[in-house]
Write a protein that binds this ligand. Structure first.
Ligand code: HEM
Ligand SMILES: *[C@@H]1O[C@H](CO)[C@@H](O)[C@H](O)[C@H]1NC(C)=O
Ligand SMILES: *[C@@H]1O[C@H](CO)[C@@H](O)[C@H](O)[C@H]1NC(C)=O
Ligand SMILES: *[C@@H]1O[C@H](CO)[C@@H](O)[C@H](O)[C@H]1NC(C)=O
Ligand SMILES: *[C@@H]1O[C@H](CO)[C@@H](O)[C@H](O)[C@H]1NC(C)=O
Ligand SMILES: CC(=O)N[C@H]1CO[C@H](CO)[C@@H](O)[C@@H]1O
Length: 328
């Protein structure tokens, strides 16, 4: 009598264990498949909308990917970048945010999810899933996105100004900014590769072209032919023109960013700075051709997951917003 019961119990325990080990929660309480029971179709629903969006507006993929980065680097990945403020004092009004676009897509996804599984999926998780879908849409790698983040209550323009890394950051500042968020030097090199897609406004780099040290000079670390090309696109005070960060393949997620940096054609000082540290330099130099593609793709997924763990709210912290632009 007891034997089959004991056996059954054992088998159930084994199944449970295998299940838990398959997608274990990490130290922060996130895990792949967090909505398995509460909103099993979440990733399908997101993908339907992102596919549809990127097919008609492919240029939205890069800013939507960047949105997750901005979210995570200010207060952690808890959706603060999405909040509106009646007095324009939330993060999205900080100067570095000027160019974030695609907020309406996040709202559209949230509306669709609220219909299917009301009050379940956080806005912070939507950003993490969309970032992955955006990279996939541009022929980049895919990775399993950890979910289980909850949304924060606060968004503060001053914090965004202090926490977002400026394009003129040097290697010391970049490394310490990443380290303070639990990210490694390798994560810095790998995630900088995100600049293989998208555009930048001229004003993020015109100092390098016209008045680098206040003497009307140029940045000696930027290739002089490239400077001449960029000057044709950007006048000294231009704050509206967009320039492809990886000219020729800004719509394709590839290793070409590392080729550019190695040729001293990284657009920002923060890109060029990767050559100033032995570890980041080695990473750049070993990923300059398609031979480095598979390794970069694998690393990128790992580093995006690492980034997605910064300062998350889990368990009973925070809330699940009903509308991503405002707290409940
Ligand atoms: C390491 C420090 C970083 C700095 C200083 C930096 C800075 C910038 C700047 C100044 C722009 C141009 C914004 C504009 O003028 O429109 C930009 C664009 C972009 N960044 Fe970064 N970034 C950094 C890291 C990252 C990371 C970690 C990611 C994601 C993994 C990322 C993804 C992007 C993308 C996709 C764009 C293009 C956005 C678009 O097309 O609208 N960046 N970044
Ligand atoms: C907030 O910014 C928008 C433009 O983004 C502007 O139309 C509006 O007047 C601003 N509101 C306040 C209170 O400054
Ligand atoms: C925003 O953050 C700054 C700097 O941490 C702080 O001084 C300020 O009080 C905050 N503002 C609000 C409205 O919480
Ligand atoms: C790097 O930037 C930081 C902060 O802007 C500055 O304090 C530091 O002196 C710079 N380091 C080097 C080596 O230029
Ligand atoms: C270059 O910068 C210096 C110092 O900030 C400033 O005095 C000068 O007017 C600038 N020159 C140009 C051409 O903008
Ligand atoms: C200061 C400023 O103009 N901030 C912008 C930040 O981004 C949002 C969304 O695109 C704009 O509406 C704000 O105007």
């Amino acid at each position: 009598m007891a034997t089959p019961k004991v056996l059954l119990c054992f088998v159930l325990q084994l199944i449970f264990l295998l299940f838990v080990l398959h997608h274990p929660a990490n130290a922060q309480g996130l895990k792949v498949g967090f909505y398995e029971n509460t909103c099993p179709r979440v990733e399908h629903i997101v993908k339907e909308i992102t596919d549809q969006t990127f097919s008609v507006a492919p240029t939205l993929a890069s800013p939507l990917m960047r949105m997750h980065f901005h979210d995570c680097f200010v207060r952690g990945c808890e959706g603060s970048v999405l909040l509106n403020s009646p007095t324009n004092q939330s993060e999205k009004f900080a100067i570095p945010n000027l160019s974030l676009r695609g907020f309406q897509i996040i709202d559209k996804i949230k509306t669709a999810l609220e219909k299917k599984c009301p009050g379940v999926v956080s806005c912070a998780d939507i950003l993490a899933i969309v970032a992955r879908d955006a990279v996939v849409a541009l022929q980049g790698p895919s990775w399993e996105v950890e979910t289980g983040r909850r949304d924060g209550h606060v968004s503060n323009i001053t914090e965004a100004l202090f926490n977002l890394i400026p394009p003129f950051a040097n290697i010391t500042a970049l490394k310490s900014s990443f380290a303070s968020r639990g990210l490694s030097v390798k994560d810095l090199a790998v995630l900088s590769g995100g600049h293989t897609i998208g555009n930048s406004h001229c004003n993020a780099f015109t100092n390098r072209l016209y008045n680098f040290t206040g003497k009307g000079d140029t940045d000696p670390t930027l290739d002089s032919e490239y400077i001449a090309k960029l000057k044709k696109k950007c006048a000294p005070t231009d704050i509206t023109t967009l320039v492809e960060m990886d000219p020729g393949s800004f719509k394709t997620f590839d290793v070409h960013y590392f080729t550019l940096v190695s040729k001293r054609r990284g657009l920002f000082q923060s890109d060029a700075a990767l050559l100033d540290d032995s570890e980041t330099r080695a990473y750049v130099l070993s990923h300059t051709t398609d031979a480095g593609r598979a390794s970069f793709f694998k690393d990128f997924g790992v580093s995006m997951v690492n980034m997605g763990r910064i300062g998350v709210l889990t368990g009973s912290a925070g809330e699940i917003r009903k509308v991503c632009t405002k707290v409940n």
